[in-house]
Design a binder for this molecule. Structure first.
Ligand code: ZN
Length: 238
């Protein structure tokens, strides 16, 4: 008896505000796309959201991965099994997905915990399409891939050009205002600053971050400029 889920942009829905966010993009022509695959044991909730918008698991054609942390790929295998969707990820993420390991960016003992959780719950999944920065996916009129290393070395973001929706993964979070993911869980802050400059220059209308609320430009139009102005000019990555 639930109402239709909230749309953050046309066709964009999410499991938002829990430990980690999972998004879906529903497009009449290209079907359903899942962006990031959540923690282990989350597939049922993702599939529930898909049913709540009137779609079936078989309608899911693509699963886009921003990076291979266990909270973003934990339910990738059961989601692939349930939907038959193609998996899209960077070459670096593909390695971690195949090895069921996490990219380097967190210190002991948390890194050991995520390693253990990964070995217990994750299964290797073939990546069907390897992407790199400036690729444009033929989904919903065009989703641009942006290489955004920083939080992790393998990180990419996805920008849906028609509605200017940025799926930022963990480059940005919005748990307590829109900002960069904190240094203690960041592989390279210099790279993260460079990556943030790249995505913010796209002037997104909606930012679907990996953690926290969805950010809407219409509610906080000055935030992008302020965030850009706050970034130190220490970037070395290209
Ligand atoms: Zn992460």
């Amino acid at each position: 008896m639930s109402d239709k889920p909230q749309a953050y942009a046309p066709g964009v829905y999410g499991l938002v505000g829990g430990a980690v966010n999972v998004y879906i993009l529903d497009d009449a022509d290209s079907g359903v796309t899942i962006i990031d695959a959540g923690l282990p044991l989350a597939a049922g909730r993702v599939l529930g959201l898909i049913r709540d918008i009137g779609r079936k698991p078989e309608d899911v054609k693509h699963i886009l991965i921003t990076h291979a942390d266990v909270d973003h790929v934990g339910s990738l295998k059961p989601l692939v099994d349930a939907t038959g969707a193609d998996v899209v990820a960077s070459a670096e993420s593909e390695t971690f997905i195949r090895r069921r390991s996490n990219p380097p960016h967190i210190a002991l003992p948390m890194s050991l915990l995520s390693r253990a959780v990964s070995l217990v719950f994750r299964r290797a999944v073939p990546v069907n399409r390897i992407v790199a920065g400036s690729d444009v996916l033929d989904i919903a009129g065009g989703i641009r891939v942006i290489a955004t290393p920083g939080h992790t070395p393998d990180h990419v973001s996805y920008f849906w050009e028609r509605e200017r929706v940025l799926f930022s993964g963990d480059l940005l979070n919005n748990t307590d205002g829109l900002r960069l993911t904190p240094p203690r869980i960041t592989w390279s802050m210099a790279a993260a600053h460079d990556s943030a400059r790249k995505v913010l220059a796209l002037n997104p209308a909606v930012i679907c971050a990996g953690h926290g609320d969805v950010w809407l430009a219409e509610k906080e139009p000055e935030r992008i400029e302020a965030l850009l102005a706050s970034l130190p000019d220490d970037g070395e990555a290209s």
